[in-house]
Design a protein around this ligand. Structure first.
Ligand SMILES: C[S@@+](CC[C@H](N)C(=O)[O-])C[C@H]1O[C@@H](n2cnc3c(N)ncnc32)[C@H](O)[C@@H]1O
Length: 344
């Protein structure tokens, strides 16, 4: 039963977000009956029964819970948001909604229908089989896809930055990471949400957000944040530390070694103990429950389909570091299913 619900869970959750159900219940401030919900969101009157079916599945998947609404002598079933459901509310700074909508966008989903074709052809990725372009080329050519993608990355960066600087177990893991450094280059930093969060939390640090020219075009820096466009395979601006958040999983081993060698060049002149800080998945690392490992494996498939990338276990990471000329690494902490790895 559970697996059948899971099969359609993404589409059903996307539908609820597009109809504004989490936002509506949040604004209401208390559990909402089906009739109240129907009146508040604009759906066709003939679809009441279907709305009930939708809410039943979403309750089963843990985004909503049923609560009784007491009305004079009567009680009625209402729907409230669970903790997981709160992450679907658009105004929540920690919302995962942009990430979810980007992953479930039609253009993003198309490659999954070409998986078997891709296994039999010579294309780099199923994404390329479906679109005739890599993810980065499509983002460069299709502003809507570019915006969706960059907003998805930004929402994930908000989540990670909040954890690093506000909620980390160690008090302030983020500050400890960047203490003693004068400069940081966020390579593949997208539109700079993570870089800006670091620059704001660590005002002593000069930060550069480095990404492809079309990604950073027209973006304004601040006192300690600069945007630079370029290609990480050719050259990376100099700094005391390089941040690679969700970068290496998009590339094969040979390409990762090339990127890491460019990082090594970029920190070579640092007198502050130059290092590379990677935020990515280490498969099997501190996955204390089955769900975490399952999530890591799903992300592994996601990057394979999109970019022919891969998630790596500790041994695979170590091989990359050695081949790029680094000889020490430290896995500092986990960020949910991801880890922070420092390499020297
Ligand atoms: C998965 S996103 C990660 C974005 C950001 N680090 C984050 O975690 O939110 C990968 C980023 O790498 C950038 N990128 C791809 N190829 C690149 C290249 N050759 N040089 C620089 N950046 C590149 C993309 O534009 C994109 O912003």
């Amino acid at each position: 039963m559970e697996s059948h619900v899971q099969l359609y869970q993404f589409d059903v959750t996307k539908c609820a977000v597009q109809l504004g159900i989490p936002d509506t219940i949040q604004r209401h401030g208390k559990p909402m009956s089906l009739a109240e919900l129907e009146a508040a969101i604009c759906i066709n009157q003939e679809k009441t029964q279907s709305l009930g079916q939708l809410m039943r599945v979403l309750t089963q998947s843990g985004f909503f819970e049923k609560k009784f609404i007491i009305k004079s002598n009567d009680k009625e079933v209402g729907y409230a948001l669970t903790k997981a459901g709160q992450l679907l509310v658009r105004e929540n700074p920690l919302a995962v909604t942009p990430f979810m909508l980007a992953i479930l966008d039609q253009d993003a989903q198309k490659p999954w229908h070409y998986l078997s074709n891709w296994f039999q052809n010579r294309d780099r990725s199923a994404f390329q089989t479906a679109h005739g372009k890599t993810v980065w080329e499509l983002a460069n050519n299709m502003p809507k896809f570019n915006d969706y993608f960059n907003e998805a990355m930004a929402s994930d960066s908000r989540l990670v930055a909040t954890y690093l600087f506000d909620y980390s177990e160690e008090g302030n893991l983020g500050k400890a990471l960047f203490e003693g450094l004068n400069s940081l280059v966020d390579v593949g930093g997208g539109t700079g949400t993570m870089t800006k969060a670091i620059a704001d939390a660590c005002p002593w640090l000069n930060c550069i957000c480095f990404d492809l020219p079309h990604v950073v075009a027209g973006l304004q820096g601040t006192k300690n944040l600069t945007y630079i466009g370029g290609n990480m395979f050719e050259a990376i601006p100099q700094g005391d530390a390089i941040l690679l958040k969700w970068i290496l999983h998009d590339w094969n081993d040979e390409e990762c070694v090339k990127i890491l060698k460019q990082c090594k060049e970029a920190i070579m002149n640092s007198d502050k103990g130059g290092r590379v800080i990677i935020i990515d998945i280490v498969i099997g690392h501190q996955t204390e429950d089955y769900k975490s490992l399952e999530t890591q494996l799903l992300f592994d498939l996601q990057v394979m389909v999109w970019a022919r990338g891969k998630q790596r276990d500790e041994t695979e990471w170590y091989k990359l570091f050695l081949n790029a000329g680094f000889n020490q690494y430290k896995i500092i902490s986990k960020l949910g299913v991801r880890s922070i790895i420092e390499i020297y």
